[in-house]
Design a binder for this molecule. Structure first.
Ligand code: ZN
Length: 88
C-alpha cells in the first residue's frame, strides 16, 4: 500500500458535489472530481476534463487544439506553395 497523505484528509477542503441524491433528495456532498462540479457517482466518471486544468497538463504543445492548429497551418502553407508554383 502506498503510504503518505491520508486521502480522507486531503479531500477535506475539496468542493462538494452539487447533484441531488435520488435516495434522500438532499445534496450529494461527496468530494468532486478535480475539474468537475460533481462527484464520481454523479457523472464525472469519464476522467478529468482535458485542458489546462488537467493534473498532467504540462505546456499544451501536444494538446488536441495545438495539433489542429498545426494541421491547419500546414494546409495553408501547402496552399500558398502550390499557388506560387502555379504562377511561375
Ligand atoms: Zn455526487
Amino acid at each position: 500500500m502506498k503510504t503518505g497523505e491520508n486521502p480522507m484528509l486531503t479531500n477535506r477542503g475539496r468542493q462538494r458535489c452539487h447533484a441531488t441524491s435520488k435516495r434522500t433528495g438532499d445534496q450529494c456532498k461527496s468530494p468532486v472530481v478535480p475539474g468537475w462540479r460533481v462527484c464520481r457517482m454523479h457523472g464525472a466518471g469519464g476522467g478529468h476534463k482535458a485542458g489546462p486544468t488537467h493534473p498532467r497538463w504540462k505546456h499544451g504543445r501536444r494538446s488536441q487544439a495545438e495539433a489542429q492548429a498545426r494541421k491547419e497551418t500546414a494546409a495553408l502553407l501547402e496552399l500558398i506553395n502550390n499557388f506560387s508554383e502555379a504562377k511561375l
